[in-house]
Design a protein around this ligand. Structure first.
Ligand code: IPM
Ligand code: MG
Length: 387
């Protein structure tokens, strides 16, 4: 049984969390509109390599971006700015998920292309630092994680809108061990935090002629936070009468995504953070692997684009980093182009990637020396773009 002192120490921690989350909720409510990229004098794109295979796949993505935006770069309308220092070594040295100088540089950009970063795991001997991804999503308030998955031959065209700053992630590194026997984590849902992701998903559906939005939760068990998420998304859906809303629990959604008879019916899916994390890996795997899917982290002021996979330290240990597949980062690059208004060029890059990964393409990236290198593949993409 916990003693009085342990209980009051737990209550104190919980009080601090409540204050912090309540302040965050107020900040969301006070936020303005989305950045108008067309109105900027110069668009600054920050590029951070990250860890493991990150620098390899990010460097070639920056090269593709530079080649596609050459006229704007020459005209001083776009700047691609390299940001060093978002490495696990630096993060451990300063004991922060994002070193202060890196954070300042990130905040001086409008959008960011970011390579995967290594996250210390509880018990791996490294300090228990929060994931750099999660920290960046929170610091820049990147509330929507947009992850498209397409399998054209099966008629599958899914877009997942994963809530990106709340749920199990909001205070994921701040759970408490009340004593040696009892550990407690917290899940957070706010009203505006939910409404804004729901609106983004429905707006996307409306703009893109989608007829259906699926709201995902586990509200039958996680009644308070998931119940709120479901109720608020449903309410937002009422503003979009032309769109059919349906509701699924996360477990059955996971099953339906592997049901060939039903899965093509899903179009736009809006879901809490942790479920979105899990299900988007499943969906990416169905498309051909996590190496094939890009990810956009959208906020009102900033946006960050990344691969959906991790830093693959094993590839580096085995000396295979130069064979890393950049497709996920290149898909993220296309999403970046689309987000800042270069929609035609985004489509062109996606089409080039489709061509370069089609069966019978001249080069094949396998992650191993039997395939081409990351740099060779990127040159192949650039060449295809020029055709
Ligand atoms: C993702 C990743 C991250 C997450 C990790 C690296 C913290 O899995 O972007 O999906 O859990 O969100
Ligand atoms: Mg994930």
């Amino acid at each position: 049984m916990l003693n009085e002192q342990q209980i009051s120490s737990a209550v104190e921690k919980f009080t601090a969390l409540l204050r912090e989350q309540s302040a965050r909720s107020d900040e969301i409510s006070a936020q303005g509109g989305f950045t108008d990229y067309a109105g900027l004098e110069k668009l600054v794109i920050g590029v951070c390599g990250g860890d493991g295979i990150g620098p390899t796949i990010t460097a070639v993505s920056a090269k593709v971006l530079e080649s596609m935006l050459a006229p704007e770069i020459a005209a001083g309308k776009v700047e691609i700015r390299n940001i060093d220092g978002l490495t696990i070594e630096n993060r451990i040295a300063c004991m922060k998920p994002i070193p202060d100088d890196v954070m300042a540089q990130l905040k001086a950009c409008h959008v960011i292309l970011k390579g995967p970063t290594t996250t210390p795991q509880a018990g791996d001997g490294r300090p228990n630092l929060e994931s750099a991804n999660v920290a960046m999503r929170k610091a820049l308030d990147l509330f929507a994680n947009v992850r498209p998955v397409k399998i054209p031959e099966e008629g599958i065209d899914w877009t997942f809108f994963r809530e990106n700053t709340e749920g199990a992630y909001a205070v994921g590194s701040k759970g408490l061990n009340a004593d040696d026997d009892l550990a407690v984590d917290f899940v957070v849902t706010t009203t505006e935090g939910t409404r804004r992701i729901a609106r983004l998903a429905y707006d996307y559906a409306r703009r893109n002629g989608k007829s259906r939005v699926s709201i995902i939760s586990k509200a039958n068990v996680i009644k308070t936070t998931d119940g709120k998420f479901l109720r608020l998304c449903r309410e937002i859906g009422e503003d979009y009468p032309e769109i059919t809303t349906d509701e699924w629990y996360i477990d059955i959604l996971t099953a339906k995504l592997v049901d060939p008879a039903r899965r093509k019916d899903f179009q736009v899916v809006v879901l809490p953070n942790l479920y979105g994390d899990i299900v988007t890996d499943e969906a990416a795997q169905l498309q051909g692997g996590v190496g094939t899917a890009g990810s956009a982290n959208i906020g009102k002021k900033y946006a960050m684009f990344e691969a959906i996979h991790g830093s693959a330290p094993r590839m580096v240990e085995e000396g295979r980093a130069q064979y890393a597949d950049p497709c996920s980062m290149l898909r993220a690059t296309a999403m970046l182009l689309d987000h800042v208004g270069f929609t035609d060029r985004a489509k062109k890059l996606d089409a080039a990637l489709d061509a370069c990964t089609a069966p019978g393409a001249r080069m094949k990236i396998t992650g191993r020396p039997d395939g081409c290198t990351c740099a060779e593949f990127a040159d192949y993409v650039i060449e295809t773009l020029g055709e």
